[in-house]
Design a protein around this ligand. Sequence first.
Ligand code: ATP
Length: 320
Amino acid sequence: MADESGWAGLMVGGDAAAVEVRDVVVRYGDTTAVDGVSLTLPRGRVLALLGHNGAGKTSLLQVCEGFRRPDDGVARVLGLDPVGDHDELMPRLGIMLQSGGVYPWATAGEILRLFASFAAHPLDTDMLLDRLGLRRFERTRFRRLSGGEQQRLSLAVALVGRPELVFLDEPTAGMDTEARHTTWQLIEELRADGVSVLLTTHLLDEAERLADDVVIMRSGTVAATGTPAELTSAAAVDVLEVRADPGLDLTGLRAGRTVAEPAPGQYTISGDLHTAGLAEVLAWFAAAGADVTAINTRRRTLEDVYLSLTTTQTPVGAAK
Ligand SMILES: Nc1ncnc2c1ncn2[C@@H]1O[C@H](COP(=O)(O)OP(=O)(O)OP(=O)(O)O)[C@@H](O)[C@H]1O
């Protein structure tokens, strides 16, 4: 893909993690927005920060971007101090803010070319305008673009300098389905070329699709970390629902499982339901001579995990 898209030629060097955050605290007066957060984004990976409104995601991102000095703790970005080494870091970073950051009276083409002119080896601006569906808005002033079009331009601005590390604050918020898929594709291409990406999102499917690692924040703290697969399987107790004759004696089915008949003829079984476990359960129903009319099994999704972590007070599952 690198040849077609033009990301090729990116130099990603150094051994330091893309982002290393240790015990970072951010306060606004009496409000503690980030309360001792630690995380690592290794090079060439995509990390998604999830959390409810006000969980502290943007504040943490601002620390990593060098726009805010942490009140406590340490942040290192590409091995450097994001505040002290800001000038050295900025050309190596791509930053997409939640809003603003560009000149509202300038046209989309002017804005993109301006940011390209700051970079030593910019991407082809025409290619970016085409990829992000912005070509017909090249002469449109930023303030006349729709919210989703402004988002697309902000993404193009973040990428035009061939960054080693990209910060994306809710990159697809307000985008239509097509633009969202294009953005996902671009992020996957960036990763394939070794670019590191730290993004925030409220979209669980976005995190599940894009992220190598997920950090779920709750009220300024880390509620859970892991790969999407770790989070969904570690916290998961898969549930099998079976419809069969009512009133079966479930004693033999209980070993190592939780079994219930919440309504006549509707059985729920949870426990080890990987292939062998599932086969055992169905074999038990067959041996019992039951007339099974329906089965349904469901793995927990990242959304289930997220909701259980952010809507209850007690962390569950893969919380670390
Ligand atoms: N400049 C500020 N002054 C005072 N309080 C602030 C400021 N910026 C953020 N906060 C507060 O800090 C907390 C964390 O805000 P932050 O924007 O980091 O959360 P977030 O997870 O990014 O939220 P969202 O998903 O809504 O963007 C919130 O309670 C917010 O009201």
